[in-house]
Write a protein that binds this ligand. Structure first.
Ligand code: ZN
Length: 246
């Protein structure tokens, strides 16, 4: 299966042509000054068209467009429900499926960025072959996603598994979401990913040991693994997302 993958972030977006477990071509473009998603779409379309040409392909040679987005997403309706504060405020008004059909003649699927990364890690990364997995991403924010019984756990309001806004300190710091003491408000910092990269051998075994001691898992031991696909994971989620029944 072949896909146009688009990974939209807060500071940049990446377009790619993905074929099964390989990224054939990819290009990043900065979105720093762009506050509306509609303004970014022409550049994304041009970028994707250029990459397809580079690969000697046309949009007709792809099965669909898969978009990874950092917000609350309804993957069944193909809509963005809520966005990070001050970023892409117009996203909920956009019909991205229509945009994809008009630009590429292809169907579009969209999913939250952390869930896309988990799909990618399961498809060809650290949890390949696992039907039950939890992913935690550490960056500007703290993200979480859950795979249960081989399916993404989304929940009624499509927020299941989001770890960043779980309160961990009752009288903690005010959070951007309106709550207090959220994981993001207490632990999210530009330094945290750097610390984890610098100390992977210390951090992960500590976490694993802590879970082994404190979690009630009579069936065995939970494994804690570093993600294997890095920033490519969200793009490599494109094929399994398109293959997932609507
Ligand atoms: Zn919060």
């Amino acid at each position: 299966m072949r896909a146009v993958g688009i990974d939209i972030g807060g500071s940049h977006a990446v377009c790619a042509v993905v074929e099964d477990q390989r990224i054939l071509a990819a290009e990043s473009l900065p979105v720093g000054g762009t506050s509306c998603l509609a303004g970014l779409l022409p550049a994304l379309a041009a970028n994707a068209a250029r990459l397809l040409e580079l690969c000697g392909l046309t949009a007709g040679g792809c099965d669909g467009v898969a978009v990874s987005f950092p917000g609350i997403v309804d993957p069944f309706a193909g809509r963005i429900l809520s966005t990070p504060e001050g970023k892409y405020d117009d996203a909920g008004l956009l019909d991205l499926g229509r945009w994809s059909r008009e630009c590429f003649g292809l169907p579009l699927r969209i999913e939250n960025d952390v869930r896309m990364a988990l799909l990618g890690e399961r498809y060809c990364g650290a949890v390949q072959g696992c039907d039950d997995a939890v992913m935690v991403t550490l960056g500007t924010g703290v993200g979480g996603a859950v795979l249960a019984g081989g399916r993404l756990f989304r929940g009624k309001h499509l927020q299941a598994g989001f770890g960043g806004h779980l309160p961990v300190l009752f009288h903690g710091r005010a959070c951007i979401c309106g709550s207090r003491g959220c994981v993001e408000a207490e632990a999210s910092t530009w330094a945290l990913p750097e610390i984890c990269r610098a100390w992977p051998d210390q951090v992960l075994p500590f976490l694993e040991q802590y879970i082994h001691v404190h979690a009630w898992t009579p069936w065995g031991k939970v494994r804690v693994l570093p993600a294997a696909m890095g920033p490519d994971a969200g793009l490599l989620g494109a094929v399994p997302l398109l293959a997932e029944p609507c």
